[in-house]
Design a binder for this molecule. Structure first.
Ligand SMILES: Nc1nc2c(c(=O)[nH]1)N[C@H]1C(S)=C(S)[C@@H](COP(=O)(O)OP(=O)(O)OC[C@H]3O[C@@H](n4cnc5c(=O)[nH]c(N)nc54)[C@H](O)[C@@H]3O)O[C@H]1N2
Ligand SMILES: Nc1nc2c(c(=O)[nH]1)N[C@H]1C(S)=C(S)[C@@H](COP(=O)(O)OP(=O)(O)OC[C@H]3O[C@@H](n4cnc5c(=O)[nH]c(N)nc54)[C@H](O)[C@@H]3O)O[C@H]1N2
Ligand SMILES: [Mo]
Length: 762
């Protein structure tokens, strides 16, 4: 194989070059500029040609013969493979009928999900652009990643960007910071990933040798990077706010808070101080009080407060902490604690959100917005906060609260999804199955036979990024990658763009959707527009042909001033876009909503959902893949235990249940059950079990319990409750659940998810 056959491409976990061997095997080499390439590249070869690829358009038998309508059969029926024209005609007809009979609001096109890297073929962008040409759709707002912070932070610091786009770089931290206090730890596994791609994994490289002291607070030792200055504080899950308040109370009562910073740059510090002292509820939020809740010794809490005040300290809160009930609180209380230390806006000090969650937080690459497909305008006003999908489908007409508004769920008749997997990302999957029984029609574009594809009526086979051309870059990336086509499309798979152009043709909006451009012409168009903008700002960017031939380009060095540093330097001249112009430790706006589950300042609120069992389950991001993507690949498969997703359990909890390492176990609660493979380990706090997300959902009859079903593979979302973080944000709270674990007796069922569903020829 000669190197001239190596073609550049990209994924959310890194840029690379790929070539195929004589026997068709895919070979992958990380981008030469990447100092710490992601191990997840190892999943690609086994995934792109896996037998679970969708090869032809497929229609659920009952929908094809019986027509559209609510049904309990989705997910349980065989599919009939049909030609492209048949599938496109039938879907166009239902889009037309739905908008005529029920209005465009009856089409749900939110279509949340990560899809693939590549700016033009980005599946959601394509889908939204298409629907905007035919009159719009009910949309979804915010994300599963930090959707709670997306609603909270604009109230308290004016934007999410102030923390996410303007985070200090790892290099700045290494230079200036004495102590990092990381709530949620700094899990190296997460630093593979950045939405849209990442060429240089500078965070992964920095974590190899952080060079500062670190207190990593997490129930799981994996979240603590190796290194001499790192301490593991195995906190009880869901109790970080108590620890934060205990630290804040200690600073306040020992006079080490920075009153000058609080007066100059914050509002509401006196309300927060009153709460810490227990003015209204009579409870001082002291180190002793905190110790009783979070399981960390009061002396250690006071000593940590000392250390924090003694030098340059960065307090950071992982996104996982806000993906819980009352998920606003650890973010807001963490910010308030940092405000009391008074180092917000100093290099390497203050508050961070998502170091250890995503590779682009702390990356020092320039802040250039990559080329972007224009989406048009959605005339439909109806939307949901993204994690309310099952409520939307199950409860048309029902009212609910969101960020000070009273919203009503529209009546959805047609669901159209491309580039996402709600049967991966949503909670209480047994409930989601019922919800997916409600619409008349479910249309899914997928590369693979995921659980969502299996719950559809019509499945369009989509190409992967390796089977098409694109340009790729993350939100903060050192390079723009010319993504060349590496492989021929599998079977009859088409690009989402081609599929939607086919629907647009049938609905009379082909010209508006395509603007007469081929996919390649779009790449040139989007690139040249982007280039013109940068050239106008004085940057030197090569024309498309040159960029394409080179395989990538270095992003021009665009930098913006961080709003929190600006605030610190002069709060009068550089106010934040909050009502007060300051950091709001008390928000009159949030207070005015009157939500008991998110009052006007940070508070300790225990989770309501405690049902389900004695063990606290953490369903975190998987170390071996991106969500469900690549679960059939080599890296993901190698980690499985007896073919099941590994669940970590402490030796004490395992012994009490006569569970040994390598056993297949049943994990269950009042919502559902799944099988998993036991990994007995001291790396997890006693009383806590960790089962990452992303094992492909495989609902089957429970072999040991007639009439009951379980996920035979280990998807934790059969166990998580479908409850929001709060009425303020309605964010995803899927990180935690309560469960029991037992040895699985009886036969271990074969997995069905690793082969396509039953397919018939038309
Ligand atoms: N319990 C629990 N649940 C969680 C979380 C948690 O912490 N705990 N985390 C949540 C978070 S943060 C997130 S972001 C979500 C992620 O949830 P998702 O983003 O829905 O998960 P993915 O597996 O990335 O799904 C993307 C799908 O797009 C498909 N795809 C890829 N490229 C293309 C393409 O070009 N075209 C088409 N048509 N399809 C394509 C892939 O095959 C894949 O099935 O999960 C959430 N769910
Ligand atoms: N390898 C890999 N990396 C990923 C992803 C992936 O799928 N795979 N997904 C990406 C995406 S979309 C996102 S949004 C980010 C998400 O980034 P995060 O949400 O930060 O990631 P998680 O792994 O879910 O959680 C981080 C750690 O928080 C700890 N934790 C959980 N609950 C608690 C608690 O109550 N208190 C404390 N102190 N710690 C707790 C868990 O042990 C967990 O390992 O990750 C990104 N990175
Ligand atoms: Mo995410």
């Amino acid at each position: 194989m000669s190197t001239e056959h190596w073609r550049p491409s990209s994924t959310h976990w890194g840029a690379f070059r790929a070539a195929t061997d004589a026997d068709g095997t895919l070979r992958v080499q990380p981008h030469p500029a990447d100092p710490a390439p992601s191990p997840l590249l190892g999943n690609l070869a086994g995934t792109v040609r896996h037998r679970t690829r969708v090869r032809r358009p497929a229609i659920r038998r009952g929908w094809l013969t019986g027509g559209p309508g609510p049904t309990g059969a989705r997910g349980d029926e065989e599919f009939v493979e049909v030609g492209w024209d048949t599938a496109l005609d039938l879907v166009a007809e239902q889009l037309e009928r739905t908008r005529r009979e029920h209005g465009n609001e009856a089409i749900f096109g939110g279509s949340y999900g990560w899809a693939s890297a590549g700016r033009f073929h980005h599946a959601q962008s394509q889908l939204h652009r298409f629907h905007n040409t035919i009159g719009g759709y009910t949309a979804s707002r915010n994300n599963y990643s930090f959707g709670t912070s997306q609603v909270l932070l604009p109230h308290v610091i004016g934007s999410t960007d102030a923390l996410l786009q303007h985070a200090d770089s790892w290099a700045t931290i290494q230079e200036h910071t004495d102590l990092v206090v990381a709530f949620g730890g700094l899990p190296g596994k997460n630093l593979s990933i950045a939405s849209g791609g990442i060429t240089r994994h500078t965070g992964s490289a920095a974590l190899r040798d952080l060079g500062t002291d670190l207190v990593a607070i997490s129930p799981l030792a994996d979240d603590v990077p190796a290194g001499p200055g790192a301490d593991w504080w195995p906190i009880a899950p869901g109790t970080d706010v108590a620890l934060q308040l205990g630290l804040a109370h200690t600073l306040l009562t020992t006079g080490r808070h920075d009153q000058d910073f609080l007066d100059r740059c914050c509002t509401g510090s006196e309300v927060f101080a009153g709460y810490l002292l227990g003015d209204a509820d009579g409870i001082a939020k002291s180190a002793e009080w905190a110790a009783g809740i979070c399981g960390i010794d009061a002396t250690a809490i006071r000593a940590l407060a000392d250390r924090m005040a003694a030098g340059r300290t960065l307090i950071t809160v992982s996104w996982s902490l806000q993906r819980t009930e009352h998920g606003e609180q650890p973010v807001w209380a963490g910010l308030a604690l940092a405000a009391m230390l008074g180092q917000i806006g100093l290099p390497g000090g203050g508050f961070g959100h998502g170091y250890g969650s995503m590779a682009d937080i702390g990356d020092d690459a320039p802040a250039v917005r990559p080329p972007t497909l224009p989406l048009g305008r959605n005339p439909v006003r109806a939307f949901i906060p993204v994690a309310r999908i099952a409520d939307l489908l199950l409860n048309p007409g029902q009212q609910y609260d969101y960020d000070g508004q009273r919203l009503t769920y529209p009546d959805i008749r047609l669901v159209h999804w491309a580039g996402g997997n709600p049967f991966h990302h949503h909670q209480d999957l047994n409930r989601l199955r019922r919800a997916f029984g409600r619409p008349d029609t479910v249309v899914v574009h997928e590369t693979h036979w995921t659980a969502t594809a299996r719950h559809a009526d019509v499945v369009f086979p989509a190409t992967t990024a390796l089977e098409r051309e694109d340009v790729g870059a993350g939100r903060r990336d050192s390079h723009l990658i010319a993504m060349h086509q590496v492989l021929d499309p599998v079977g009859e798979a088409r690009d989402d763009y081609a599929v939607l152009a086919g629907l647009a043709q049938r609905l009379g909006t082909h010209q508006e959707f395509t603007e007469g451009r081929s996919a390649r012409e779009w790449l040139v168009h989007l690139y040249e527009q982007w280039r013109a903008g940068l050239v106008a700002q004085g940057h030197d960017v090569p024309p498309f042909a040159e960029f394409w031939a080179a395989g990538d380009l270095r992003m021009p060095d665009v930098r913006h001033r961080a709003p929190l540093a600006a605030l610190r330097s002069d709060p009068e001249r550089n106010p934040l876009p909050t009502p007060s112009g300051r950091i709001e430790l008390f928000s009159a706006t949030i207070d005015s909503f009157g939500y008991p589950d998110c009052p006007g300042h940070p508070v300790w609120l225990p989770a309501r959902q405690r049902r389900g069992g004695p063990l606290h389950l953490i369903a975190n991001q998987p170390p071996t893949r991106l969500h469900g993507q690549g679960d059939v690949g080599e890296v993901s498969q190698r980690a499985k235990v007896a073919g099941r997703e590994p669940i970590r359990i402490h030796p004490r909890d395992a012994a009490a249940r006569e569970i040994s390492d390598g056993d297949v176990v049943r994990v269950f609660n009042h919502l559902g059950a799944c099988l998993a493979g036991a990994r007995v380990s001291e790396d997890v706090r006693p009383g806590v079990v960790v089962l990452p997300t992303g094992a492909w959902f495989d609902p089957q009859p429970d072999p040991a319990r007639p009439g009951e079903t379980l996920c035979a593979h280990g998807n934790p979302n059969v166990l998580t409750a479908d409850v929001p973080s709060s009425r303020l944000s309605q964010g995803c709270a899927g990180q935690h659940a309560h469960v029991e674990v037992e040895r699985h007796l009886g036969p271990v069922p074969a997995l069905r998810c690793s082969a396509p569903p039953p397919l018939a020829d038309s």
